[in-house]
Ligand binder design. Sequence first.
Ligand SMILES: Cc1cc2nc3c(=O)[nH]c(=O)nc-3n(C[C@H](O)[C@H](O)[C@H](O)COP(=O)(O)O)c2cc1C
Length: 152
Amino acid sequence: MKIGIIFYSETGHTKQACQDLNERFKKNGHDVFLNEITVVDVKTNKSLKDIPSMEGYDVIILGTPVQGFSLPIPMVDYLKTTKMPKKQKLGVLITQYFKVSWLGANHTMKQLLNGCAYANPDLYGYSVVHWSSKRRAEQLIKTIDKLTNLDL
Ligand SMILES: Cc1cc2nc3c(=O)[nH]c(=O)nc-3n(C[C@H](O)[C@H](O)[C@H](O)COP(=O)(O)O)c2cc1C
């Protein structure tokens, strides 16, 4: 299958998780493309710079951190700017600092799904890695297992 992993990352955590996911998809024999959403300058100008297309994939994974209990502004802007194909098969990978999803990931997920609701995506998997958790490594493996299981 043709798989697009599209992510935003400011300090590298989400990027690392998406790179691991990319490797597993490759190992499983998929045609996978890792695409980073970037901004002009993280500190001074968060206007979008690299805006990957969502066209042409059998499966898309959107990766994002939590910022201020919410979806980061560049991800909000990305979803407004870029068109998701109708009924896109979609997975979501979220990273956050805190150990519990109600301190950000739940709200972030809601916002992300609202942002692409017009496309009525087919959500097959969603997983959160809590970066400060002692179980982070385990959570990362579970996340990759879940998001690479395309039969769900
Ligand atoms: C501006 C900012 C706000 C953040 N707000 C939250 C938050 O509300 N809840 C949380 O759990 N982590 C929060 N974090 C931590 C990040 O979500 C976490 O470190 C994430 O893994 C960073 O991913 P990245 O390295 O891909 O940017 C915040 C980080 C930043 C920089």
